[in-house]
Structures are given as C-alpha cells and as structure tokens.
Design a protein around this ligand. Sequence first.
Ligand code: GCO
Ligand code: MN
Ligand code: MN
Length: 412
Amino acid sequence: MNPVPPNQQQALVERLTKACGGAYPPETRRKFFLSGPQWAAAYEGQALFHAPTRERVGFEDIIRHYGEIGIAHWSTHDTDIIPTRVLGTEEQWATVERVKKALQENGLRCSMVTTETFFHEVWAAGPAAEAPEVREYAKYRLKNTVKIGHELGASYAVYWPGSLGYSVQGAIEETQTLRWYAEGLNAVCEADIEMARHRGRPTLKHCLEAKPFEPQAEILLPTSDAMLGFINSGLLTHPEMVGLNPEYLHELMWGGAVRATLARALLAGKLWHFDINDGYKLKHDVDIAVGLVNPLDWLNILVLLRSHGYNGPFNLDYKPPRTTSNFGVFSFSFPSAVDRFITLWEMAGEVMEDPIIKEATEALKAGGGATNPHDADAVTAANKELLTLHELIAHRLVQILLGLHRGRVFSL
Ligand code: GCO
Ligand code: MN
Ligand code: MN
C-alpha cells in the first residue's frame, strides 16, 4: 500500500469504521442508561511516562459529541469543569449554567458528579489527613459537589478514595484515618438531606468506588468488599445513603472475579452505579474500552446484571488509547465502545432465553434424585452425568458470543 497522506487518514478511518458495520443508531443507544464521563473524553493521553497526544477539548464540545453519538448521560468531577481556585465562587455557578445549557441543547442529562480528591497538592496526605483543615476542606469540597449535582439534576455522587492510603507505612494510623474518612461522608450525607429537602428532590445515591492501588501504593479501602465492610462498620451515620460504584477493571486489578464482586454487591443491595471498561488481571489501571479484552467475561456479567434487573448507570469510565486522535475519540472510540456494550447486552438476553442453557440449568437444579441424601456415594452417582452440563453451558456461552450457534461453514 502507498503511504496514506495525513489529509486522507480521517476518511480512511471513517470508511473502515463503516465497513466494520454493527453500529446502532443514536436512538437505540439513547435507550440505555449509559453515561459518558467528562474526564474520559477530555483525556489527552498523558501518564507518568507519557506526554499528551491529543488536544484539550472542553465540556461544550464533549457534550455535543455525546449527544450526536447517542450517549444520553454525562458525568463529571468538580475540577474537570471548574478550576480548584474558583470552586464555590460566582464563576463556578456561571460554569454550571453553561453546562446546563449544553446538556439541554444536546438532549443529555447529568447523571453523576464526583469530587476530585486525588490530583491537587492539597490532597498530598489524602482527603482524611491528620491536619483538621485538610479534612474541613474535604468536607467543603464534597458538599459543594453535591450542591452542583442537585443543580444539574444528578442522582448519583461517586467517591473514589484513591489517595486514602500511603506509600510509606507507619506514619498513618489506619483506624483513625478511616474514622476521619467516615466523618467526611457523614458530613456530606447530612448536608445532602438538607439540600434535598430544600429543593424537594430525593437525596443523591452516594457511591464508593474502590481501586486496589494507584495513585497511593497502599489503599485503606482497596476493594468493593472492603467498602461493604466499611459501610456496615457503624462509622457511618447514614449507611442507607451509601452504596457502591464498582469499576470492572479495578476488581480485576486485585485478581478477583468481577462477576462475583457484583453478585456480593447485589446481595447487599448496594450495586447502585457501575464503571464499565476492560483490562488485564493483576496489572495497572489501563482503562481500556469495554469488551476489547474480556468479551466473554463481559457477556457473563451482563447476564448476571440483566437477570437481577440492575437498572443503574453504566458509566463509560475508560480512556481512549493515546494512539487514537481527537477525531478518532468521537468518530470511532466512543461509538464503538457503546455498540460493543449494546451487542453484549443483546447477547446476554439471548443467553437468558437460550433453550439449551435453560434446560441444562434446570436439569442441574433438579439433580439426579438420589433416594438417600445422607449417602455420599449414592449422591455422587446420581449427579455424575449431569455435571458435564457445566462445561456444556460454558461452551454454549462461547457459541453465542462468537455467533457459532448460528452455524459456521468450514471453508479451508
Ligand atoms: C480511575 C477511577 C476514576 C474514578 C473517578 C470517579 O480509573 O482511576 O476510576 O476514573 O472513576 O475518579 O471519582
Ligand atoms: Mn472509575
Ligand atoms: Mn480505572
């Protein structure tokens, strides 16, 4: 192939995107409770060892692009849109008005707001640091975010305590730090009750998001399960207002089965919000778009969520790779991420209706009918042949994922 000159590259990407097929129209995409984070589309490709590869893009453009794609909801950190130094000022409220206008003009709603408690140097020792003024400032920031959330019509607030931890052990007393962290959440829940009453709106759903490491070396609440323990520890004055926002990759990072994490959150009644992305087990937070690494696992997860009627947001918390251009972010990356999600969602519906999986599952549940359930050998013998169905169900799931159940012609 001849070199492709820069002025022909966008057209090539567009043509090949079309050739891939499988795109859903924006009206279909809008039916899903998918949210596009401000920070995901604004990500410029930078990291510790990486310079930015993309130009800055502001919320007005991002919201417009999300609207065109058919992503119906938007989420943001306070400082994604308002610089730290003007938080709480007139300038903040002027920006909030601009956001409202952009959302309205493009047919989006703000679903979630979150406080950045990890980037600015004020958080060097974390949001629950020893110095009381840091903790007071943290409370102020959390409350301010919830106020913005009510103003924008959001229903969820997310808390990612990525700087609640340390890189060197011994200086921090963990029980004390966790008590101080709880005080911050208690303050924001109490303020929310007041704000909600005042505005005649429900309180927000306050969702904790775990990540096992990064940016601190050790994190005090590293997993969703640790957070469930924290919610029920007795330290929170309003545990009923606090639930979880698990992130797919964050649970893989500690080596867990994400579907099992979600199952535990469902049983606890705390699966309120879900950050969707993909990546590799026991590695860093690479935030790859949903379904590009583990589509089979994703299919299984959506079967679980669909069969339990999960109706919270699916927040597209991934980072378009730094090899993708500004043009590519909106022309390819977000639409293809949404479409893979919808396809996997549809497939999950197929799995739930599949007569083979249904019959195999029912047969496993019926058991073999051993007459003496106290006799290990008899119980084993009664079920022995049925248990092959476990592998058969796994095979069937792969068939549905790869379209093999619709037939495949041997053509070599
Ligand atoms: C991460 C985190 C963040 C949080 C966000 C919300 O990947 O490190 O997921 O993206 O979701 O900060 O508070
Ligand atoms: Mn996240
Ligand atoms: Mn992440």
